[in-house]
Design a protein. Structure first.
Lengths: 114, 110
């Protein structure tokens, strides 16, 4: 069964460092998403991406964040200068239908900022 | 934005018991999904159920869209059912993503 894959599964970084989280969405999907879950809290929407551009973004997704689809298979989330409060689980998701379509989530990348 | 409320927040049951988890949402939705977050933090798709009833083994779900709620039923609970169950909805009409509830933390004791 096709699945969304994410790397790394866990990353530890120093405050102020740049981090890139990688995702390989399901191959025939067209819509890609990043979500964040701070430990013990609910999952929050960060950004959606379609046709090589951002479709929607939440207020969490500030100038420190960026997304990119550098090739035909990868979808990345970059945090330019990490802060302690960026420590969270980051989930990538994809769907083949915009809005009303089922989203499939990856297993998450746990980011710890020291 | 749309509000999603899940109840109960916590639930402790003995193995073999049945349970019902509820999700209320504040507006009409075009997408509703139930997830199980296991102890390793992974989000597992359980149901895509914007309306109607579905069953998958010991789990079933019902969404009554006109009354803005969904129910997740777990029968004959097993210890592996432990974890957090999230309901997430999308209002539709754009790409603003799923809005998650705070989840129900389920503990199944042997």
């Amino acid at each position: 069964e096709p699945e969304v894959t994410q790397t790394p599964s866990h990353q530890v970084t120093q405050m102020g460092q740049e981090v890139i989280l990688r995702c390989v969405p399901i191959s025939n999907h067209l819509y890609f998403y990043w979500y964040r879950q701070i430990l013990g809290q609910k999952v929050e929407f960060l950004v959606s991406f379609y046709n090589n551009e951002i479709s929607e973004k939440s207020e969490i997704f500030d100038d420190q964040f960026s997304v990119e689809r550098p090739d035909g298979s990868n979808f990345t989330l970059k945090i330019r200068s990490t802060k302690l409060e960026d420590s969270a689980m980051y989930f990538c998701a994809s769907s083949n239908v915009l809005s009303t379509g089922e989203l499939f989530f990856g297993e998450g990348s746990r980011l710890t900022v020291l | 934005g749309i509000q999603v409320e899940q109840s109960p927040p916590d639930l402790i049951l003995q193995e073999g018991a049945n349970s019902t988890l509820r999700c209320n949402f504040s507006d009409s939705v075009n997408n509703l999904q139930w997830f199980h977050q296991n102890p390793w933090g992974q989000l597992i798709n359980l149901f895509y159920i914007p309306s109607g009833t579905k069953q998958n083994g010991r789990l079933s779900a019902t969404t009554v869209a006109t009354e803005r709620y969904s129910l997740l039923y777990i029968s004959s609970s097993q210890t592996t059912d432990s974890g957090v169950y999230f309901c997430a909805v999308e209002k539709g009409g754009g790409a603003d993503g799923l809005t998650f509830g705070k989840g129900t933390h389920l503990i199944i004791q042997p």
